[in-house]
Design a protein around this ligand. Structure first.
Ligand code: TMP
Length: 206
């Protein structure tokens, strides 16, 4: 493997993707790979401040303000963390990235999807994931897993989250080479086995 890899983990709140990301990190570390774990929004100091607004601000947040906050976080994250790590040959596992904006702000908030794609392009400045794992789970199961302590995005309501799930499935249809579907209704063990196979396949191809 000459340069690093960029792998994104996507799915609904309550899909279990963060647990799987950590399992995959351990698995890859045991195989001797240099792995870093990160997330959007909020991996670095500035990003954490943006994350705090996005998830915990209790006043009105206009839809377009929300978009720009997610994008501001992403631009900073790509430039100062993700690209340098890939250039150093690391495998970067990122909890959410551009597809979250299309699924949540595009499909969920019903903002202009083509415009969001262009704005994402500006934020990532040419970076594209080598692989995106989509952890798909029924909206009812996801909501149960989230429980009662919800942040600002999780509190939006079940209809919003249904639209988000549908958005992810549309993205899957549009990007069959990059995005791989994992049935996250299954047990943690089964989901981990499925995720491992996909990662191993990617590594073998690089
Ligand atoms: P999480 O870290 O628990 O996944 O929370 C991040 C929340 O922000 C989650 O509800 C998804 C949402 N989100 C967006 O709406 N748009 C985005 O672009 C990103 C990265 C996250």
């Amino acid at each position: 493997m000459k340069k690093g890899l960029f792998i994104t983990f996507e799915g609904a709140d309550g899909s279990g993707k963060t647990t799987q990301l950590n399992n995959i990190k351990t698995f890859l570390n045991e195989k001797g790979f240099d792995v870093v774990v990160t997330r959007e929004p909020g991996s670095l100091e500035l990003g954490q401040k943006i994350r705090n607004i996005l998830l915990h601000y209790d006043g009105v947040v206009a839809d377009r303000c929300e978009i720009f906050l997610f994008l501001a976080d992403r631009a900073q994250h790509v430039e100062t963390f993700i690209k340098p790590a890939i250039d150093e040959g690391k495998i970067v596992l990122c909890d959410r990235h551009t597809d979250s904006t299309i699924a949540y702000q595009g499909y969920g908030r019903e903002q202009d999807i083509e415009l969001l794609k262009s704005l994402n392009e500006i934020a990532v400045n040419g970076l594209k994931p080598d692989l995106t794992m989509l952890f798909d789970v029924s909206t009812e199961t996801a909501q149960q897993r989230v429980g009662n302590e919800k942040d600002r995005m999780e509190s939006i309501g079940i209809e919003f989250h249904r639209k988000v799930r549908n958005g992810y499935l549309e993205l899957l249809k549009e990007n069959p080479d990059r995005i791989k579907l994992i049935n996250a209704n299954n047990s943690i063990e089964t989901v981990f086995e499925d995720a491992k196979k996909i990662i191993i396949d990617l590594i073998n191809r690089n």
